[in-house]
Design a protein around this ligand. Structure first.
Ligand SMILES: Nc1ncnc2c1ncn2[C@@H]1O[C@H](COP(=O)(O)OP(=O)(O)OP(=O)(O)O)[C@@H](O)[C@H]1O
Length: 339
């Protein structure tokens, strides 16, 4: 996301800057390149959406950013700078400090991410005692508990002073998601990575949790990366968006512009999946086919097999090109496909 830049991005230095990120998993079938040459910037205070079908590399990209790629996977190439820190140069201690304090990530499934054997109080206090730098030396534990209750109140848990001593299974799915957000935000991180924060929730609770993240972003002045497969959520809650397909970003830009003027045939397919408010009964036409196996790709556009506009000149590695103000696209047939 460089080249032509809009007013959203031109004034500030990115908080997180990723260039040429490549993350691989050795498997029996061969080397899976789950993330292949990703460039991304996240600016202070913004919400960046990462959208794409299942298996496009969204989670692995951000697992790489927080140093939690599952073994035997590894970051094979690229650079990642966060607030002046070279993330690839961090040792285990460095990661531990950064993860609790400056970058927090909420996982897709709150029930498995939370520890079932510890009360909510114990889980939030553990993070605070390890990372909060502004708790008083005397009465640290009491101060951590008070802060934990305040966090639960902030994310909308009723009667937080009583519920704080309950275990995760005593809460509903929506409440558990809120608790995970409370834990993630308890040290006031500069960056929150929210991976599918609402997939498991019904629509009303979904909207509440997403509104909560937006409100807290404004209140705490943090940046948010919102990972989702739902472009409808992106349209409502993000400032900029990157569309991922088969380990690469295929289109990126300011959300409004990208939704109003999508260029890549894949993005246009995803937009076709947003139900129109005026016509909720209209049939949704899914994008036919599947994301390709991420082994030995290269030498052709990755969307080739599923694309209605494929041509012989798509049989090469396609670079990202500027397509407008802070708008880039990885397609050599943009003009023809728009006619
Ligand atoms: N542990 C692993 N071993 C082998 N391959 C893996 C592993 N984890 C991820 N991958 C590969 O990376 C690809 C991208 O996974 P990732 O979880 O980033 O996708 P995603 O876009 O976040 O999808 P979802 O929305 O389902 O979470 C997978 O399709 C798979 O090929």
């Amino acid at each position: 996301m460089h080249s032509t830049r809009s007013s959203v991005t031109e004034m500030s230095t990115p908080l997180l800057s990723i260039r040429g990120l490549k993350t691989c998993f050795p498997t029996r079938a061969g080397l899976v390149t789950a993330v292949d040459g990703v460039d991304l910037d996240v600016y202070p205070g913004e919400c960046l959406g990462i959208v794409g079908e299942s298996g496009s590399g969204k989670s692995v990209t951000f697992a790489s950013v927080i140093g939690l790629v599952r073994s035997p996977g590894y970051v094979a190439d690229g650079s990642m700078q966060f607030d002046g820190i070279d993330l690839r140069g961090l040792n285990a201690d460095g990661w531990r400090t950064l993860r609790g304090r400056d970058i927090a990530m909420t996982m897709q499934d709150a029930l498995t991410a939370l520890n079932p054997a510890l009360t909510v109080a114990e889980q939030i206090e553990e993070v605070l005692l390890a990372h909060a730098t502004d708790l008083p030396r005397r009465g640290r534990r009491d101060a951590a508990r008070a802060r934990a209750i305040e966090m639960l109140r902030l994310v909308g848990i009723p009667a937080p002073d009583k519920r704080i001593d309950d275990y995760p299974h005593q809460f509903s799915g929506g409440m558990r998601q809120r608790i995970m957000i409370a834990i993630a935000l308890s040290c006031r991180p500069k960056l929150l990575i929210a991976d599918e924060p609402t997939t498991a929730l019904d629509v009303t609770i979904q909207a509440q949790v997403l509104d909560l993240i937006s409100d807290l972003r404004r209140e705490l002045g943090m940046s948010v990366v919102l990972i989702t497969h739902d472009l409808g959520i992106v349209a409502e809650h993000t400032d900029r968006v990157a569309v991922m397909y088969a380990g690469q970003i295929v289109e990126a830009g300011v959300t409004r512009e990208l939704i109003d003027r999508p260029r890549h045939p894949y993005t246009r397919g995803l937009i076709g999946l947003i139900p129109r408010l005026s016509d909720l009964d209209a049939p949704i036409k899914p994008i036919e086919g599947q994301v390709p196996e991420l082994i030995g790709l290269g030498g052709t556009c990755r969307f080739y097999d599923r694309c209605d506009f494929r041509a012989s000149r798509c049989r090469t590695d396609i670079p990202m090109e500027a397509a407008g103000l802070d708008h880039q696209v990885r397609c050599v047939r943009v003009e023809e496909s728009l006619q």
